[in-house]
Design a protein around this ligand. Structure first.
Ligand code: NAP
Length: 298
């Protein structure tokens, strides 16, 4: 990766597909707002978009993509569209069906990245379906989310094609060093969801991050995103505000030094702020998620 570049870097996944290092997440953006937000994000320069069947905004993302292409803002091949299959869509046949439903909602001919959303349910059956869809050329890259190191190893040891991405909760309060080491060993590219931990637990007011931000004339969100980039981790921050979209994109003109990285390493609490798949109560909440009309944080 060329750290000195002032333009956004791409990264090459196993399988040879290039994807942007920074993208845009649309979790918790209601269907009604999502189309305009995505159009704004495309205008700002985002090309990678991350949704999921459970976010219930795939149609809106698809409409925005269609509008942007029709208006000549982008070509389809400039965009990198990700969606995910949720727990109730696990299992070979169910995942094939879920894939075509998502593709239809997104109004796309192919998907750039398809992910297993949770390490729950018949995800082995789902993975076989994803392998077949990938080999049939319907998906350019396949991966998983929220797999800890042990589950990821098990899947890799039993899969025909290894996941190319593992999208995990990752931010300065939950740095996942051990899981990242496993991913590196397996050749699985990490992608950080909730890079700001949604601003929870005082993330934006961390004195260490504020001090580093001041040193470079940057903001705390920019320092956090740059911290991921320095470690080769793909980021997908979400914002419904155009000025913040621009702010989150303006991270390609500075670098953090080893002292900064060491200070940020000291912020690790080694506990998730948002999702803990090791807790039985969490499993019930996740299984019930689709029945919950209120979008709460996953
Ligand atoms: P996030 O990106 O960590 O944080 C989003 C929050 O930060 C929003 O409240 C946003 O507010 C605020 N924000 C963004 N930029 C800001 C800035 N420059 N200054 C101040 N506040 C700022 O959280 P996330 O949306 O949960 O995670 C990002 C994406 O990861 C999601 O959209 C989704 O695509 C993905 N994700 C995946 C999973 C999974 O299980 N695979 C789970 C959760 C999320 P405004 O919108 O009001 O600006």
């Amino acid at each position: 990766m060329d750290k000195k570049s002032r333009r956004m870097n791409n990264i090459t996944l196993t399988g040879g597909v290039d994807m942007p290092m920074e993208g845009f997440g649309v979790f918790q953006i209601p269907d009604t707002q999502c189309e305009q937000v995505v159009l704004d994000a495309i205008q700002v320069g985002y090309r990678l978009f991350d949704t999921a069947s459970s976010y219930k905004n795939e149609e809106a993302l698809g409409k925005a993509v269609r509008k942007a292409i029709d208006a000549g803002m982008v070509k389809r091949e400039d965009l990198f569209i990700t969606t995910k299959a949720y727990i109730q869509q696990m299992g070979y046949e169910k995942t094939v069906q879920a894939f075509y439903e998502s593709l239809h909602k997104l109004d796309l001919e192919y998907l750039d990245l398809y992910l297993i959303h949770m390490p729950l349910g018949d995800y082995y059956g789902a993975w076989r379906a994803m392998e077949d869809l990938y080999e049939a050329g319907k998906i350019r890259a396949i991966g998983v989310c929220n797999f800890d190191g042990a589950r990821l190893m098990d899947l890799c040891y039993n899969a025909r094609i290894k996941p190319m991405i593992n999208q995990i909760e990752r931010h300065p309060h939950f740095q996942r060093s051990e899981d990242l080491t496993v991913m590196k060993k397996l050749g699985v590219q990490p992608q950080a969801w909730a890079p700001f931990a949604e601003g929870l637990k005082g993330m934006f007011a961390e004195p260490v991050l504020m001090e580093i931000a001041e040193k470079y004339g940057k903001t705390v969100p920019q320092v956090i995103l740059r911290w991921d980039i320095e470690q080769g981790i793909i980021i997908i921050p979400k914002s419904t505000h155009k000025n913040r979209m621009e702010e989150n994109m303006a991270i390609w003109d500075f670098e953090l030094d080893s002292e900064d990285m060491e200070k940020i390493a000291g912020l690790d609490k080694n506990v998730p702020s948002m999702l803990d798949c090791s807790k039985p109560s969490e499993i019930d909440r996740l299984y019930d998620y689709l029945n919950n009309p209120v979008l709460t944080s996953l």
